[in-house]
Every structure is written in structure tokens, then in C-alpha cells.
Design a protein around this ligand. Sequence first.
Ligand SMILES: NC(=O)c1ccc[n+]([C@@H]2O[C@H](COP(=O)([O-])OP(=O)(O)OC[C@H]3O[C@@H](n4cnc5c(N)ncnc54)[C@H](O)[C@@H]3O)[C@@H](O)[C@H]2O)c1
Ligand SMILES: [Zn+2]
Length: 406
Amino acid sequence: MSLQTPHPAGAPTSPHDRRLQEWSFDIAEKRIRVLIGENVHDQMAECLSGLGADRFIVVTDDNVADIAAGKLADLLEQTAPTLLLSHPPGEEHKNLTTLTRFVDLSLDFGVTRRSVVVAVGGGIPGNIAGVLAGLIFRGVRLVHVPTTVIAACDSVISAKQAVNTSHAKNMVGLYHTPEMILIDLAVVAMGSPRDLRSGTCETVKNALAIEPAQIPRLRRLLRRDADYSPADLGEIFDLSLAVKSRLLREDPYEKYSGLLLEYGHTIGHALELASAGHGPEEAALKHGEAVALGMVAAADVAHRLGLLDAEAVAVHEEMIGRVGVCRCLTVGIEAETVLHHIAFDNKRGYRRGDDNQVSMVLLDGIGSPLHPDDHYLTPVPYTDVAAAVHELLRLGRQCREGHGTS
Ligand SMILES: NC(=O)c1ccc[n+]([C@@H]2O[C@H](COP(=O)([O-])OP(=O)(O)OC[C@H]3O[C@@H](n4cnc5c(N)ncnc54)[C@H](O)[C@@H]3O)[C@@H](O)[C@H]2O)c1
Ligand SMILES: [Zn+2]
């Protein structure tokens, strides 16, 4: 990452700052500008005007259309004809149907190679816009305006773009890098506490697996209630960008050391899937909550294998507690369903298949991932994974009883 003053590494963005502060980082020799501030929609529109676009295609969801994207589209209209494409919120709309509709509407609107796709929203419209921009004329310019912590700290700092199919998440996609990332921290701070927490869990993951030097700063910053100010979110963004940009420099397509970002995801993703669609909507784990619990389970797996000591396991539990995630969130999730989803984990294919083993990122110390192959994936006996999942769910039930609720 190359930092361009006046936003020094580690400094919080000052509250009510209406200037955009600038950073940059590289993906595969392409420099990506990051402009970040608070209450800066006019300045964002000015930056976008400077791109010389003949048309703007703004991709968003129906919630963010009201919060931010509609206003930005109105401002862009003063520079070039602007089309607002909005889909209902939710993962079930991140699919080829939405994508095809958006391609047709863009072509009807007269999109050309000089046009710019602007993604305004969370990771879902961001991914749809990323694939759209990558496909039209084999690639038109893309600008990300992330409005969730997951999008700002995780999905936009990546060239990976994908949509879901009926088989699984992120099955169809491509690599396409943005020109620019524009972040209004005041808008990001409007997210629900659970969405703010979910994004922050990924930053905790980066610290535990890759950059332990960030842990003291996170201890000061994390809030169980996820009541983060825009300035706090600016700091969380700084921490995430520092880690992700370093990995992307080494591995722009996230196939080797980039897989470290998947720490906690093997069991976490399975927990997320197993919790969805049964019972009330709030019982479904958010992605980051599931990853946090997946890291606790991964630490338990490494401990069972004699790789990770009890002290390091305790650091996992402490950090997960500080971010506000509790094992009792797993109450109601069936172990068999979790294990079924683990069997279909998407990292299968990086290693030769073996039904009795699960490929996982594991640590032998905080910030010390095991490196048995180019992909940082360790083959783990299925029985150890199953034991860790059962233990996680058992402790979740015990914890819920301790809270005195059913
Ligand atoms: N490398 C990658 O491409 C990558 C990395 C991580 C995650 N992802 C993807 O990101 C998606 C999850 O992202 P997400 O959690 O941002 O989902 P999302 O886009 O659905 O946003 C979550 C919810 O927050 C709402 N919202 C957005 N901004 C808001 C704001 N400022 N205030 C209030 N509400 C707001 C949305 O309408 C939505 O209901 C997944 O599909 C995941 O696969 C991709
Ligand atoms: Zn994740």
C-alpha cells in the first residue's frame, strides 16, 4: 500500500471531516485510488466527474437507493446521463437473472466503452456491479462506493467479482479491478449493529491470522454493542486495508497467500448456511459472526491436533467476545447440517479430494499460519472437524442456558 498524506497510517479520520483523504494500493500492477471522508457525497460526485465518462451506470439495492445512491445519481446526472439500476436487498438477488437484466438495461441506455459503472452499496450490489463492469465490452471502468463495513473493509479491496447460482454462492465470476474506491464513513456508520459487527469480525480475523501487531489497537477499538462512530470505522478500514493490500501485492488473484483471508471460513461458512432459512430471520448468522465462530472452532481443531496452545485459543475467545459475538448464537443449528456444508466447502479442488479430510487454514500461533503447501491449506481429519463443531454447539447451548433464556 502506498499512503499519500494527509492520512497517515493508523490515524483516525477526524469527525465531520468534509475533505476526502487519499490512499492508494495496487492489484496486479494497477494502482487503485481510495478516497475516504465523512459527509462527502458532493466531493465524491466531483471525483467521478473527473473520469470523463460519457454515461454512468449506478448499481445499488433498494435500501441504499434511498440512503445514498439516488442522491449520488442525481449529482452525476449533471455531468453525464446516469442510469440507476436497483435490485431488492438480499443474497437471493445476487444472481444471473439480476445480472442479465442489468446488462440489457445498460445496453438499452447506450452504455459505451467510455462509460463508468458505479457500485453503491454493500457487498451484494458491489459484486453484481463488478461482474457487470467486467462483462460489458469485456470490461468497462468500475468505481466502488461501499456503504457497509464488509464492503468497505473486505469485498472492494479485491479483484474478485462473482454472483451466485442455484448450486452455491459465488459460483460464476471474474476478476475485475476498480479504478477508484470512494467511502463516506457517515453513510457506512448508518448500518445496523449486526452488519457493523459482521464487517468488524473480518478485521479481527486478519489480526488473528495474519497481522497480530494489530491486536492491541483492536482491543482499544472494539465495542461489544457495535456502536461505532464514523471515526472508529475509519480506523477499522485502515487496519483492513493494511492487511489486504499487502496480501494482494503478493497474490493479486487470492489463490495462494490470499487464501489466508479464508481463516475461519471453512466451518464459518457452513455455520452461516446451516443457520439460514430455519426459524426467524434474526436467527440466521451474519457472515462475519459465522466467521468469528468458525475461527474459534478452527483454533479448537488446531489445539486438538497439538498445533496450537491453550493460550492462543484463549486469545481467539477474548477477541470474539470483544467484537460482541457469543457461541450462543449457534443455538438451533444442527451439527449434521454444518458438517454436510463443510463437505461441499469451496476450497475443494485446491487440493486432491479425500472424503476423510477437510482442507483448512490453521494456525500454530497467533499470526502464524501453517504453510504445508502453496495454498496454506492443511488437510485435517474429518473426525477432528466434527468434534470441534459438536463442541462449539454444545458450549453454545450451555452458554444460552447460563443466560437463562430458551
Ligand atoms: N471478494 C469479494 O468479492 C467479497 C468479499 C467479502 C464479501 N463479499 C460478498 O459481500 C456480500 C455481503 O456483503 P454485505 O454484508 O455488505 O451485504 P449487503 O450488500 O446485502 O448489505 C447488507 C444490508 O445492509 C443494507 N445497507 C447497505 N448499506 C447500508 C447503510 N449504509 N445503512 C443501512 N443499511 C445499509 C443493505 O441494503 C442490506 O440489506 C456477500 O454476497 C459476499 O459474498 C464479497
Ligand atoms: Zn469473509
